[in-house]
Design a protein around this ligand. Structure first.
Ligand code: SAH
Length: 365
């Protein structure tokens, strides 16, 4: 990229070396890391225990973050925030922040104790990040594939999206999903390093069970994940119970078969002790019939999988459409009746083109 490495890219040791080379004391490293990772302050002006001279020196040599905010949209319906961000080399990527009330404790505890925590202490924030600029997977219904793959993100660009979205939402991120633009396992090393840093107490310190990696089903990467990754949640974009249907919408279906993908995911589940998620985007006339539901149930019944159904988010473009709500519910019921754990995922931020790649498409066209 040619430009300077940002503060977000440095390990504690690298930051210590950077400061030492400039004759700056080691405790500055601890201060900088505290501001960045613990307090989420993304500019030197806000780091008030650093002298003016030091702030100016650092600002000239070590930008805090490399990504710049281009467009920020806030949904009027559900608080979802979507941002178009520019990398140092000028490429556009998208990230989404989804605030949620933490209702895990609802019904427990007394009304008084609930009131005590009513000041936002229970707020949850899920952030969806991109791992690539564009995508090479070519899924027929996905806006991220328009224009193909333009590049892969550095690990700090993946991590920075979490910091920037948390700042925009005004609260800490409590979970991160690598489900934005791109295929995480096609940018394997950077995705892995980003996950390690999100997880590390030296950086964001987010529990591995609060991090989810979504893949189109790149089997070799999934096999390596089981050996090398922190034990994150694995989500697999299946979208069809049979090869023929899957090939209609996912070009890589010809490369890795459904059973092969589910076996690799099952192995990951064995290693981590946690079930994997099967993502299933319902598309009218393609994969949403009762027969598809029955076949999916038969396929998954004895596997450590839970299904996330989502109706296609069209963003007003493309040849595909979502089935009506009653069809979505009927699909869910077929799975549930056959003993497959299933939920319908809410479509969020529909008024702000929140599905993969939709905002970038609008801004660039
Ligand atoms: N490449 C990875 C991660 C990015 S896509 C993967 O394929 O999983 C993240 C999820 O969003 C995938 O399940 C993808 O199929 C889904 N998706 C893409 N476009 C969508 C749309 N318009 N509506 C609903 N889901 C979509």
């Amino acid at each position: 990229m040619g430009s300077k490495r940002p503060l977000t890219s440095l390990t504690p040791d690298e930051l210590a070396a950077f400061l030492k080379e400039r004759g700056l004391p080691a405790f500055r490293g601890r201060q900088l890391r505290e501001w960045l990772w613990k307090k989420g302050v993304l500019d030197y002006a806000g780091m008030t225990n650093l002298s003016k001279e030091l702030r100016a020196q650092l600002a000239a040599e070590l930008p805090v973050v490399s990504l710049a905010e281009k467009t920020v949209l806030r949904s009027r319906h559900d608080g979802t925030i979507k941002a178009l961000l520019a990398t140092a080399s000028g490429a556009h990527i998208e990230a989404v922040a989804m605030p949620e009330e933490d209702d895990a404790g609802a019904g427990a505890g007394s009304p008084e104790s609930d009131a005590g925590a009513a000041d936002g202490a229970r707020r949850k924030l899920s952030v969806c990040v991109s791992t690539q600029v564009g995508c090479a997977m070519g899924c027929a219904f996905c806006a991220s594939t328009a224009g193909g793959l333009k590049g892969s993100l550095y690990h700090w660009e993946i991590v920075e999206q979490v910091l920037l979205m948390a700042k925009l939402a005004g609260t800490r991120a409590t979970s991160v999903v690598l489900m934005g633009m791109g295929e995480p396992l096609a940018n394997y090393d950077n995705s892995l390093e980003a996950v390690r840093r999100l997880n590390s107490p030296d950086c964001l310190g987010l529990g591995a069970r609060h991090i989810t990696v979504s893949t189109v089903g790149m089997v070799p990467g999934m096999v390596r994940m089981a050996e090398e990754w922190p034990h994150v949640n694995l989500a697999v974009s299946l979208h069809a119970p049979d090869e023929e249907t899957r090939r209609r919408i996912i070009p890589t279906a010809g490369k890795w078969g459904i059973i092969e993908i589910l076996e690799a995911a099952g192995n990951y589940a064995r290693v981590t002790g946690r079930r994997y998620m099967v993502e299933y985007v319902l598309i009218a006339g393609v994969n949403a019939s009762r027969t598809h539901a029955e076949e999916l149930a038969a396929l998954l019944r004895r596997r450590p999988a839970k299904v996330n159904l989502i109706a296609l988010n069209t963003g007003g473009q493309g040849q595909y459409s979502a089935p009506p709500e009653d069809k979505v519910k009927a699909f869910r019921d077929v799975l549930a009746e056959r003993g497959v754990e299933v939920i319908i995922r809410k479509r969020r931020g529909r008024d702000i083109e929140a599905a993969c790649g939709q905002l970038r498409l609008r801004e660039e066209s």
